[in-house]
Design a protein around this ligand. Structure first.
Ligand code: M6R
Length: 609
């Protein structure tokens, strides 16, 4: 998704803006641009269709100097990726603006603006904002013009705006899209997230819904949605500036796959005392809320949705609590019947996913018992606006394809299941058994990572394939779904996941020698059923790739490649069996030469609907 950086300082801000853009690359983008006000009070802008590296090359040849500036990486929504649609957008050489979000009433605003004589230079929804601000200036104060212009906007925005007539003033606003302010010494910055600004500050203010900030080098005034001056807390980030390096790995995704044992350990740490789940891991009020829970509703998107699906198997089996899981973009637009005592659980790596946030805000007005967020970003909108929070503590995830965020979400969800089961009379012995399973995870995850080479070899079979089928049963079905999602998002191979029992109801028609079938087959109560389903594949000439455990009694044979990745079966299976599928997707994508960390058309943080 689009990334914003801005700065007002006593030094030249171009290097800060450029470094900030590099650090936002992980969010996904297709064009980039920067604008500064130079010493002659003139706006200077450079934009490219392509990578920040190309923008840097252009700035090497034609540097832009200025003490105030804004910059942007664009992920196209309205209008194709090209230079004229790249931000910053400028109106009448006076106002420059960068935007993340979507302006829903852009068509009507554009029409009005054209009728009043504005020339339109791009196909974006953003251009109407910069024109609206210019139109509102009309002799008025710059800040007042931004107040008035934003009142005309419907939709979501985070914006940074500069004005040649007030070359020391940067105005920032947010509604529905994230924006942070970095606090320096005699300088201020804005950005879509803290990573962009870590080289220049550790101090951050997170703007809240509807806030507008009036920023000069030595003064910051924030107005809330009712235009009252407010104090917003300064947070000190513990992240270091080099948090986003690849530590010798070829891609962030590989680094993140391999960091799962530590990430999982970090998400367990401090959450278990004396073999018992510490309820305060979910917030102060958790014990009281959990004792009243009669059912659970989980809402999320993408990979986080798959985590929710796995949790629903655990919840009903371990805690005897009914659970329903729904995709956020569906939940937010339909009428749901909410039973008394239902806990609303949202899951999100970023905590800024627009659909998940909208679902949370709807849930807050819909009579749920309470809201709980499982999230990886402490200061995200989701964590700030939920009653209870479990932080997954996976550390920043940079690769667009979610890996360690998923497995640590599952850790959080398993802890939640055990915590809820405790309020339903779970015995101490059972709790201690579950805790032991959880504690065994880092070591067992490490063991599976050692199959890296075998999986890399397996991946070479997929290089000429256009489709793949993933099969699982029970709580391993969402694992198959996650495996299919990983493969399609980074290797661009079309992949589908099915409950293996569904094969004969349709998808079996697709199976032939060109359709590899990947199965996750732990030694659970459904193993024999799954084996029969796999026979149906073999009988049609389909080639099988099976991830099993030592006791699954499945060996490699003609047309069947089996990797026995685990020694025993327990509730941790969905977490453990995810890892070989991540590695498979990764190595297939490497062979295909794909852009693994920033797959085409995708963004890390989906902050627009
Ligand atoms: O930040 P979130 O967990 O809310 O993101 C949800 C999805 O956009 C995300 O999981 C997406 O599906 C990933 N690219 C999957 O790898």
């Amino acid at each position: 998704m689009c990334g914003i950086v801005g700065a007002v300082a006593q030094r030249d801000v171009s290097p800060i803006l450029l470094e900030g853009l590099k650090r936002l690359e992980y969010r996904g983008y297709d064009s980039a641009g920067v604008a500064v006000i130079d010493e002659n009070r003139s706006l200077q802008r450079t934009r490219v269709q392509g990578k920040v590296g190309q923008l840097a090359d252009m700035l090497d040849t034609n540097p832009l100097d200025g003490h105030i500036g804004i910059a942007h990486t664009r992920w196209a929504t309205h209008g194709k990726p090209d230079v004229k649609n790249a931000h910053p957008h400028i109106c009448k050489d006076t106002i420059a603006l960068v935007h993340n979000g979507i302006i829903e009433n852009h068509e009507s605003l554009r029409k009005q603006q054209q009728q009043s004589g504005f020339e339109i230079h791009s196909e974006t929804d953003t251009e109407v904002i910069v024109n609206a601000i210019y139109a509102c200036l009309d002799g008025k104060d710059f800040l007042q013009a931004v107040f008035n212009a934003t009142e005309q906007l419907e939709g979501a925005y985070a914006i940074g705006v500069i004005n040649v007539n007030e070359p020391e003033r940067l105005i920032a606003a947010r509604k529905g899209s994230p924006l942070v302010i970095g606090v320096g010494i005699g300088e201020y910055f804005i950005a879509s997230d803290v990573f962009a600004l870590l080289p220049v500050t550790q101090q951050f203010i997170f703007l809240e819904e509807g806030d507008i900030a009036d920023i000069t080098r030595d003064k910051l005034i924030i107005y809330d949605a009712d235009r009252r001056v407010v104090d917003r807390k300064i947070n000190i980030s513990e992240l270091s500036a080099d948090v986003a390096d690849k530590s010798g790995y070829r891609h962030y995704m590989l680094k993140e796959i391999f960091s799962q044992p530590e990430a999982i350990a970090a998400s367990i740490e401090g959450r278990i005392h004396d073999d018992k789940v510490a309820l305060d891991a979910f917030g102060e009020n958790a014990e009281k809320v959990f004792s009243q829970v009669k059912s659970v509703k989980i809402v999320a998107c993408g990979t986080s949705y798959h985590a929710g699906l796995i949790a629903s198997y655990w919840l009903e089996e371990i805690a005897d609590i009914p659970c329903n899981v729904e995709i956020a973009s569906e939940f937010r637009y339909r009428k749901s019947v909410i039973q008394e005592g239902t806990l609303f659980v949202s899951i999100s790596q970023s905590g800024e996913t627009a659909d998940t946030l909208a679902a949370l805000y709807l849930a807050k007005q819909s009579g749920f018992l309470s809201t709980l967020a499982i999230c990886n970003v402490a200061e995200s909108s989701l964590t700030r606006d939920s009653d209870l929070v479990f932080l997954t503590n996976a550390g920043p995830e940079i690769g667009v394809a979610s890996t360690k965020a998923f497995t640590t979400q599952l850790v959080g969800l398993f802890l939640l299941v055990v915590a809820l089961a405790k309020s339903q009379d779970l015995s101490e012995q059972a709790e201690s058994d579950y805790v032991k399973q959880l504690m065994s995870l880092p070591g067992r995850a490490n063991h599976i990572l050692q199959y890296k080479e075998a999986i890399e070899t397996m991946a070479s079979d997929f290089s000429d394939k256009h489709h793949a089928l993933f099969l699982g049963r029970g709580s391993l079905l969402p694992v198959a779904m996650e495996g299919a999602l990983k493969l399609k998002e980074i290797s661009y191979i079309h992949a589908e996941a099915y409950a293996a029992g569904e094969l004969k109801h349709g998808p079996l028609a697709l199976v032939d020698a060109d359709m590899p079938v990947i199965a996750v087959a732990p030694n659970d109560h459904l193993l024999e059923k799954l084996k029969s389903n796999l026979q149906e594949v073999r009988a049609r000439g389909g080639k099988l790739y099976v991830f099993a455990d030592k006791h699954s009694q499945m060996d490699s044979s003609e047309g069947v490649q089996t990797l026995q990745i685990s020694n025993e079966y327990d509730y941790m299976a969905p977490i453990l069996y995810t890892i070989p599928l991540q590695l498979l997707a990764y190595y297939v994508a490497v062979i295909k030469g794909a852009d693994i960390d920033q797959p085409r058309n995708l963004a890390k943080s989906v902050t627009v609907e």
